[in-house]
Design a protein around this ligand. Structure first.
Ligand code: F7E
Length: 346
């Protein structure tokens, strides 16, 4: 019989990529959706249309009894904890809930494994994040963050994720559970929600091309991110659970690009050359040829504290897991714009 995997947050971006990967590898895949949903709920129905092989479980990460019941029933070989409040900007608006779900929720899953007596059988993957580093200058400037870099989270999301990272490590050290963190830098693609900047841009570019939208409003244009493709990163998650000894790994591309770079490449895909005019809140992205303003700044999208620059060093994962990203930055932007052009044309 094949192995059983249990994915929390299965209907998020990474959940879909991972469910497919594990199904293709012959796993029996269980996926958790939040709270009071049922299989007949439109969100569950939509998910099952795309992923009919996933067995859905309805439970909430904040409910230890529900998590324990789910783990006891499934008896998974592998648990991938992808469920979280994951929008950094939103976490400033709802810091308490973020701590409950994104932080304490991790302990609920680990406790559910332990209370079910599955600590020797079930391997646990925690979705940790580059947001734990905080992007400050003193932190390995120019070299890229690796597994030994200092943490200094800059948002309630980052702080909650840091708790999740340490509790995962603590259960590994205290109880010998095979529990690991993947410290993933930004990973994007056609399954990304439009509340994240890359998808917001690719969607807007497609809509502008098709005459459905006039312009795009963005926040901090100077932020730099290490952007990879989510489909590449789920392979790394799986590899982390296939090793002889549990350990934590950074997954990243080793390149960093600004929001402006992403915009320029995305607009190039529809034949528009952007020119930047003005600065600060008055900065504008203008179509060089027509002079039309396509991008303006809206300070509502600024965050109380910002992560200015993220650059990851994936050498440990490349060496020990044999992992390497396949899709580079220009290919990622192209893939996303092409996908949204197709979607918006229908
Ligand atoms: O922002 C800036 C914004 O929301 C990227 C999550 O998956 O990756 C993601 O977190 C940057 C920030 O992603 C807009 O200020 C400018 O500097 O796409 P984002 P994120 O905050 O990096 C990490 C690794 C995670 O773990 C998270 O879960 O873009 N920015 N203008 C904007 N951001 C948004 N969302 N919208 C704008 O209009």
């Amino acid at each position: 019989m094949g192995k059983r995997a249990f994915i929390t947050g299965v209907n998020g971006q990474d959940g879909g990529h991972l469910a497919k990967l594990l199904h293709d590898k012959g796993y029996e895949v269980y996926g958790m959706m939040r709270g009071q949903l049922e299989a007949s709920h439109p969100r569950a129905q939509k998910f099952l249309t795309e992923f009919p092989y996933v067995k859905l479980v309805f439970a909430d990460l904040v409910d230890l009894s529900a998590m324990t019941r789910a783990i006891q029933e499934i008896k998974p070989d592998e648990v991938y904890n992808l469920a979280a409040i994951s929008h950094v900007g939103y976490s400033f608006k709802d810091p308490i809930l973020t701590a409950e779900v994104t932080g304490k929720g991790v302990t609920n899953v680990l406790e559910a494994i332990r209370l079910s007596g599955l600590d020797k059988k079930t391997k646990f993957y925690q979705a940790s994040t580059s947001e734990m580093y905080g992007g400050l200058d003193y932190n390995r400037p120019g070299k890229g963050y690796n597994e030994n870099a200092l943490f200094h989270p800059r948002s309630p999301y980052g702080v909650a994720k840091l708790y999740g990272y340490w509790i995962t490590r603590n259960y590994r050290e205290s109880y010998g559970i095979y529990a690991v963190s993947g410290i993933l830098f930004n990973h994007e693609g056609e399954r990304r929600g439009p509340e994240f900047v890359t998808r917001k841009i690719s969607q807007a570019v497609a809509r502008i091309k098709l005459g459905k939208q006039d312009k795009l409003e963005l926040g901090n244009m100077d932020a730099k991110r290490d952007w990879g493709y989510a489909g590449d990163y789920v392979e790394g998650m799986w590899l982390m659970l296939q090793q002889d000894t549990p350990d934590d790994y950074v997954l990243a591309t080793g390149e960093t690009h600004s929001i402006r770079d992403f915009c320029e490449l995305a607009f190039k895909e529809i034949g528009v050359d952007l020119e930047w005019q003005g600065s600060g809140v008055n900065e504008k992205g203008v179509d060089k040829k027509s002079g039309k303003t396509l991008i303006t700044i809206n300070p509502d999208y600024f965050r109380p504290a910002e992560v200015d620059l993220l650059l990851g060093d994936p050498s440990k994962a490349e060496k020990e897991l044999g992992w390497k990203r396949k899709i580079d930055f220009p290919a990622l932007v192209k893939l996303m714009v092409e996908y949204d052009l197709g979607l918006e044309s229908n």
